[in-house]
Design a binder for this molecule. Structure first.
Ligand SMILES: Nc1ncnc2c1ncn2[C@@H]1O[C@H](COP(=O)(O)OP(=O)(O)O)[C@@H](O)[C@H]1O
Ligand SMILES: [Mg+2]
Length: 317
């Protein structure tokens, strides 16, 4: 029986990019689901495939294999024309809000655009809604008349969020949405996002490389490594329950900032292997201090390790 609360289903999704005579395996066999009202965190080092996965879910990049279903509709096979109507269901918020603003467009116009384009409502009606949206994201209505350069990074990101929710999407994808902001603002914006997700009972994928921040605003976390999910678990019990040595290494990297500087902390060294080669063993084996012979020979599958907990490791913690 499919769970009625499940909104997004990602099933065995892979993406390969042709690179000269080779293939670059950006995302490999990724599966997970997101429920209504849930924020799922997606964490991993730069280049592990987070944005590629996000773009496939947003429909802006076709999958190589696999399927993605939103509210029971598999949209991976839709034609460009069919997808145009569907697209509004999934909105993205990016790291650099300024790049999506036109410098000569007032904030109000920017906020009105989606509703006018998709729903053909009048400009006046759209402008009234835009004022309400601004208040919803904690900005004064007067900002409708401002230009992008008159706003701070955090304020612009609030506007980008307001625009994303203007057409009532079912899913919000935030790709490093707080990454370019001052540390003091990051938490505030992240909190605003997840509060909106809860209030509107939509789904959200929150991508970041800051595990501490992602953990604090999500219910579940998927840890990605070299195009694959290596662990999936509850955010709340991340520290106690985590079993993958890579997750542990990411956590230790956070502790390095917060803990006693004299403590002996094993930081992650080296780099992930090349995504241009198919690895027969575990992709993390070369950097893993728990690596055994079988880890070099076979790749561990993501398997159940407890309730809401999946891990891909032969020698977990
Ligand atoms: N259009 C593309 N063509 C070729 N390779 C790409 C393309 N987009 C991304 N990649 C590669 O795919 C891998 C994953 O990239 P990306 O999804 O951007 O990672 P992340 O967002 O986690 O930093 C990287 O090795 C990157 O170089
Ligand atoms: Mg990225």
């Amino acid at each position: 029986m499919p769970d009625k609360n499940v909104l997004l289903m990602v099933k065995n999704v892979s993406k390969e990019f042709p690179v000269k005579k080779n293939k670059l395996y950006a995302v490999s066999d990724v599966s997970f689901s997101v429920s209504r009202g849930e924020t799922l965190g997606l964490v991993g080092e730069s280049g592990c495939g987070k944005s590629t996965l996000a773009k496939m879910i947003a429909g802006s990049l076709p999958v190589s294999t696999g399927s993605i279903t939103l509210d029971g509709v598999d949209y991976t096979g839709l034609s460009a024309r069919e997808f145009r109507k569907f697209r509004r269901n999934i909105q993205m918020v990016f790291q650099d809000p300024l790049s999506s603003f036109s410098p000569r467009m007032r904030i109000g116009t920017y906020l009105c655009e989606p509703r006018i384009n998709y729903d053909h409502i009048s400009r006046q009606e759209a402008m009234e809604e835009a004022g309400v949206l601004l208040e919803k994201v904690g900005l004064p209505v007067e900002f409708l008349n401002r230009y992008p350069h008159e706003l701070s990074g955090g304020q612009l990101q609030r506007v980008a969020i307001a625009r994303a929710i203007a057409i009532n999407p079912k899913l919000l994808i935030c790709d490093e949405a707080t990454g370019a902001l001052d540390v003091s603002i990051q938490n505030v914006i992240a909190k605003l996002l997840v509060d909106l997700v809860e209030e509107k009972n939509i789904g959200c994928i929150f991508i970041g490389h800051d595990l501490a921040l992602v953990r604090s605003v999500t219910q579940h976390i998927a840890i990605m490594y070299l195009g694959r999910i290596v662990e999936y678990l509850d955010s709340e019990t991340l520290e106690e329950k985590c079993m993958h040595p890579y997750t542990r290494a990411l956590l230790e990297a956070i502790f390095d900032v917060y803990c006693d500087q004299n403590e002996d902390i094993k930081l992650l060294t080296g780099e992930p292997p090349s995504p241009l080669v198919v690895h027969k063993g575990c992709p993390f084996a070369q950097r893993c201090e728990r690596c055994r012979n079988e880890c070099l020979e076979n790749r561990p599958e993501l398997a159940e390790a407890g309730p809401n907990h999946l891990v891909a490791c032969f020698n977990p913690l």
